[in-house]
Design a protein around this ligand. Sequence first.
Ligand code: ASP
Ligand code: MG
Length: 408
Amino acid sequence: MLIVQKFGGTSVGNPDRIKNVARRVLETQRAGNQVIVAVSAMAGVTDGLIKLAREVSAAPSEREMDVLLATGEQTTIALTAMAIQELGGKAASVTGAQAGIATDGVHARARITTIEPALVQRLLDEGNIVIVAGFQGISEDGLITTLGRGGTDLTAIAMAAAVKADLCQIYTDVDGVFTCDPRVVPTAYKLDEIAYDEMLEMASSGSKVMQSRSVEFAKKFGVVFEVRSSFNNNPGTTVKGETKNMESVVIRGVSIERNQAKIALDHVPDTPGSAAKIFQAMGDANVNLDMIVQTESSADTADIDFTLSAADLAKAESALRAVLDEMPGMQMKVYGGMAKVSAVGIGMRSHAGVASTMVRALADAGVNIDMISTSEIKIAVAIDDSDVEVAARAVHDAFCLEGSPDLS
Ligand code: ASP
Ligand code: MG
């Protein structure tokens, strides 16, 4: 088999861990496989480099940032190859450019355009374990580019697609994708499988196991992959396209997002262009809005409420002050200390009663719901942050435990 394995920053966080990775990939090869390994920078290295750059420049250019950050992964590939050689194995490291990973020229968040893995293929055929630097590529102009934070996931998935790997494994510091964060919900458990869309919704709602772009890429090219731990041999979670029987599970998991805030705008003139002005101001200030609700407050005014990340609250508030000056009568109220809890599952499409089960569970737990939003495969509620644990447990118990209500 041809196998692509990815090891993240914590999995290669120190020399002993790099030796552990070397042992593992060598075992995989000796079991009769060809192995390509994508590695991240050692834990903390990328952040350290960013800090270093800030110490010499207030606004370092993105071109030079990419040159700098790419060194993190370049350190790891060489050390990993050496560790394999030390164990008597054959290994060769390659940078993103050498691996043929071509990207557009957008520094710091480049998109992969093509992969030309001729050198990787030749090194494999010569019996090497090929270690590819994650997170980096080369632009048409021959410049070093990087693929956005967490981009080694994308390197691995794209490489697996390019070489038509039989197996793609994402090794990380957790056992797989869980029904919820086990630190918050002790009864959460590891999922055997999850659909791409569910994984994407879980990630956008706070359960960040992988870079979302890499999951989108996997979906687009049909790359089935497994998320598993680099510290044990437990089977992980398989991420794949949906199958018919996956729909029998109504809710795959419960996702938690803390550090949320809400802005409530009252008495917004009920005329075409009012909402446009408000959202334009938010867009210009680079603020991402999440749940948005507009209701009528009187015959000629409306209320608009929305949630956003608490980190963006100050930015949003000052941008909206300018809008307030233009719309006399409008009032702004700001609420920090909020959180979101979401239930995610493709089974929702074919099962009724999910929303009522969720709000009933929250009511029974004494949790007040501030806002609700739904998509085809997600129901999210905004609540007070102090309720997050109680709420997540209640929703998890209602859907994700054995013996939970059968909605079929
Ligand atoms: N080293 C990069 C980061 O920290 C890429 C990665 O780890 O996947 O974001
Ligand atoms: Mg209101």
